[in-house]
Ligand binder design. Structure first.
Ligand code: BES
Ligand code: ZN
Length: 876
């Protein structure tokens, strides 16, 4: 299973499969340590693959092979060849039935791929290559087969689920029973799912646009049954939305969601039987924050939307992953924008992209949206494939407009329904439906790296013409030195000196999309009476960095006048970045740290502006995170970043204390809980004020936090108060709050994870020792990815100041944890190691210490393929 050097797989080596599997019959006899899996595959030579009868390849990992037969005749070992992760079967006819029996061990399966046990419940995870841990099978997405599944289990597992419709059930000998499921849609093996357990369920129904009734069920352990309503409500909203916006109806009579505690990812779109990480589906006001409610809505939507963008039309091979993931992230983002505040959703997504995807693009694992090689596909479920992939789809939407995009998606679904296709097929459908040429646009799929735009302008007063000159370039990435120009939609508006938008043509248009296609290109606007101020890259119309020499005054002007809400926020961020960069410089040279009075005044006017929506005020008041400041720096000086941000926060908090206090008090009014956009925004603004107030560490402010902690009627307010206490109160008060919270919520897995995460992220000096204690806590479990993400991820990805302590202790700690984790769950180990793989961007000693930690992992012996790929590429 482990190998020092896994091999690299290339897109250019893709070949159609030699054999097709028309039908797959599976029969499971569930036992914790020895589950018997019998499969019967109806196999036929692929007419598209050429002549002759080559051997049949079947993938298989960690399986015990019991028997193999063709058309009922048992094969003796000379008819097949066993290789490390596959078998090769000799074939002498073009069509046959293949019967295979294997034995697997769900209880000891800590990889959480294939079939495993989570709190006594059997469940599966087959994407991307987990099905090969269940039985020998041609485990590739371009083999689509009709599945029937029979599950036999003791009656203590009353609920036995698989894909499609239940077609029979009944008793078996010895207190056992069985259920058989049939999925009428052909699907790749990665969409197979099985669940067996003692579960309760909630039930609802949905009537489709064409009048079909669909049964909706949500399964969970009994103790969580009160936490499923929000997910079911979100599901119905998603079903309605996909009909309204894409004209897509659900296609089976039943749709099931199951919550499991042990899960590597957020959720999985198995046909008719979505499996969710409990943290991404269960919520009640007392236990879940607003952010969690919104995440649930978007993930439920995301997995549901895959039924068309992923299941009905799937990927030909895993290089095409963004075909389903990028498109579906775009779909779920639009769904969330329609359900909540569009501007806030956009701001959140762009922050994530800039902070984390840009970092990926600038790091050792940089890859195009459609990668051209990989060692382990599970390392390519990245922000580039997902979030940048979604931006690429969004750019097509921007270029074609909503109607043109809909024509393209209709053609795509119609042409390719039931097929396994490529990103190229997606783009071609968009082109063909709109008679446009996206040849150059395709570079977004094949070239890695974040393009950089530099914009300059010139105004000719006598002629009244305004010329914008745009230069683009893209830095080299591993394996790609030179890049060709991208096709970039640059949305913009021009503002006059009163903040009004200038008309850009004869028809009253005040916003346009420049199509930037050359390395350097100029655009001319005529008949202007004054030099305008450009509002560039509105709504973040392309995933690029853009540079224009804005003055502080111009940014302040945009921040209060731009009609594009996104760009108002972006102006506030640019201002903060400028100030933080000056502060870093002062810190490094031993100068005096100072915030410009204009900046403080700008924050004051945002805070006092009663015309702005609370949601936007809360966003405008956020200082960029340390991580995003790091990402925007050429060389990352962690100590200077922490000092600069801390100074800015303190200075604003002290200068605007009474304004923050007044706003906090105004929003503090007690009212019954609701999830309306208005209430969510008000809670966010209130808790932003509380954070600034407590940054002063005054008794007065901390008393407010304590009072909110004691009296909150929802987890958003409670958790916000706990967080500021943990970061700013004295030891006694902190310990009391931590202990009280734990005693109250120790039975609730999701709240315990929140509690772990807040402590790991605490910026108190020397917090590593607290994190080391958390690892020893009885509720911590290295086999549970959510706990690992909360404690280890919370520290390495969410605690910039303490993780980057100059003694390197944070990196050493991470290396040790990753080495242990790799023996249990390679996917999670490879996810957690990421922060130290970006060592090259750090200054001096930190870079050296990160590299030492990486080498320690490399030299620790037998690495999994997942971890080996990430660590070896970052040491190159
Ligand atoms: N198909 C993925 C889940 C997945 C990915 C399973 C990789 C196994 C390996 C699913 O559709 C997905 O993308 N889930 C995301 C959440 C989504 C809202 C972006 C996840 O799990 O993080
Ligand atoms: Zn997905």
């Amino acid at each position: 299973m482990r190998h020092a050097k896994p091999s690299t797989i290339y897109l250019k080596d893709y070949r159609v499969p030699d054999y097709l599997v028309d039908n797959t019959h599976l029969h499971f006899e569930l036992k914790p340590k020895a589950t018997l899996v019998k499969s019967r595959l109806k196999i036929r030579r692929n007419p598209a693959a050429g002549e002759g009868l080559p051997p049949l390849f079947l993938d298989g990992v960690d399986l015990i092979l019991l028997s193999i037969a063709i058309d009922g005749a048992l094969l003796s070992p000379e008819h097949y060849e066993k290789m490390p992760q596959r078998i090769l079967v000799a074939v002498d006819k073009p069509e046959f039935f293949l019967d295979i029996q294997t034995c697997i061990n769900p209880e000891d399966n800590t990889t959480l791929e294939g079939l495993y046990l989570s709190n006594g419940m059997y469940c599966t995870q087959c994407e991307a290559e987990g099905f090969r841990r269940i039985t020998f099978y041609p485990d590739r997405p371009d083999i689509m087969s009709k599945f029937t599944t029979t599950i036999v289990a003791p009656k203590e597992y009353p609920v036995l689920l698989s894909n499609g419709n239940e077609i029979s059930r009944g008793p078996c000998e010895g207190d056992h029973h069985y259920v058989t499921w049939e999925d009428p849609f052909a699907k790749p093996a990665y969409l197979f799912a099985l669940v067996a357990g003692n579960l309760q369920h909630l039930e609802d129904c949905f009537i489709t646009a064409s009048g079909r009734k669909v049964k909706l069920q949500l399964f969970t352990e009994e103790k969580n049954i009160n936490k499923g309503d929000h997910a079911l409500r979100s599901l119905k909203n998603a079903m309605r939305w996909d009909e309204a916006v894409y004209g897509r109806e659900y296609d089976l009579d039943i749709f099931m969601i199951v919550a499991v505690d042990h899960f590597n990812m957020g959720a999985m779109e198995n046909k008719g039987l979505n499996i969710f990480n409990s943290a991404c589906v269960l919520a009640s006001p007392e236990t879940a924050t607003d952010a969690t409610f919104q995440r649930i809505e978007s993930i439920v939507g995301h997995e549901y939307f895959h039924n068309w963008s992923g299941n009905r039309v799937t990927c030909r091979d895993w290089f095409q992953l963004s075909l389903k993931e990028g498109f579906t992230v775009f779909r779920d983002a639009e769904f969330s924008a329609d359900m909540n505040s569009r501007a806030v959703k956009r701001i959140e997504d762009v922050s994530l992209l800039r902070t984390n995807q840009f970092a990926e693009d600038a790091g050792p694992m940089a890859h195009p949206v459609r990668p051209d090689s990989y060692m382990e596909i599970s390392n390519f479920y990245t922000l580039t494939v997902y979030e940048k992939g979604a931006e690429v789809v969004r750019m097509i939407h921007t270029l074609l407009g909503p109607r043109g995009f809909r024509k393209g998606s209709d053609l795509y679904f119609e042409r390719h329904d039931g097929c396994a296709v490529t990103c190229e097929d997606f783009v071609r459908a968009m082109e063909d439906a709109n008679q446009v040429d996206l040849v150059q646009f395709r570079r977004w799929y094949s070239q890695a790296g974040t393009p950089q735009l530099t914009v300059t302008d010139y105004f000719d007063e006598t002629l009244g013409t305004y010329v914008l000159t745009v230069r683009q370039s893209c830095p080299p990435t591993p394996g790609q030195r030179e890049k060709s120009p991208f096709h970039i939609p640059l949305k913009l508006g021009l503002l006059d000196k009163n903040g009004n938008e200038l008309v850009l043509d004869g028809q009253g248009t005040t916003q346009c999309i420049l199509e930037v296609t050359e390395a350097e290109q100029s655009f001319e606007f005529t008949e202007l009476s004054e030099k305008p101020l450009p509002s560039l890259l509105r709504d973040f119309s392309a995933p690029v960095k853009i540079d224009y020499p804005y003055s502080i005054d111009q940014l302040l002007f945009l921040m209060s006048n731009d009609s594009d809400i996104f760009n108002r926020w972006d102006a506030s961020q640019r201002l903060a970045f400028l100030a933080l960069s000056d502060l870093q410089q002062a810190y490094r040279t031993g100068g005096v740290l100072q915030l410009q009075p204009e900046l403080i005044a700008a924050y004051r006017s945002v805070l006092l502006n009663r015309d702005l929506e609370p949601a936007l005020v809360a966003e405008l008041l956020q200082l960029p995170s340390e991580q995003s400041i790091a990402e925007a720096s050429v060389h990352i000086d962690a100590e200077a970043i922490v000092a600069a941000r801390e100074f800015a926060l303190q200075t604003l908090a002290e200068a605007l204390f009474s304004e923050f206090r007044a706003q906090y008090t105004a929003l503090k009014v007690r009212k019954s809980f609701s999830l309306s956009a208005k209430d969510i925004a008000e809670r966010k603004l209130k808790n932003t004020c509380l954070l600034y107030l407590c940054a002063t560490e005054t008794a007065d402010a901390l008393a407010l936090a304590q009072e909110q902690f004691d009296t909150a009627n929802n987890m958003t307010d409670k958790a916000a108060a706990l967080s500021v206490l943990i970061n700013h109160a004295g030891d006694k008060q902190v310990n009391a709050a931590i202990e009280q919270f734990y005693q109250c919520w120790k039975e609730d897995a999701q709240v315990v994870e929140l509690w772990f995460g807040q402590q790991s992220r605490s910026s108190r000096r020397g917090n590593l020792s607290a994190v080391e204690k958390l690892i020893q806590h009885p509720a911590f479990d290295l086999k549970n990815p959510n706990r690992v993400r909360a404690v280890i991820g919370g520290f390495a990805k969410g605690n910039f100041s303490q993780f980057h302590r100059s003694d390197g202790s944070g990196f050493e700690f991470l290396a040790e944890q990753v080495i242990t984790l790799d023996k249990l769950n390679p996917q999670i180990a490879a996810q957690q190691v990421i922060p130290i793989t970006r060592w090259k961007r750090y200054t001096g000693d930190l870079a050296r210490k990160m590299k030492i930690a990486l080498k320690k992992i490399m030299d620790s012996g037998d690495l999994s393929g997942d971890l080996y790929e990430v660590v070896s590429k970052s040491l190159n």
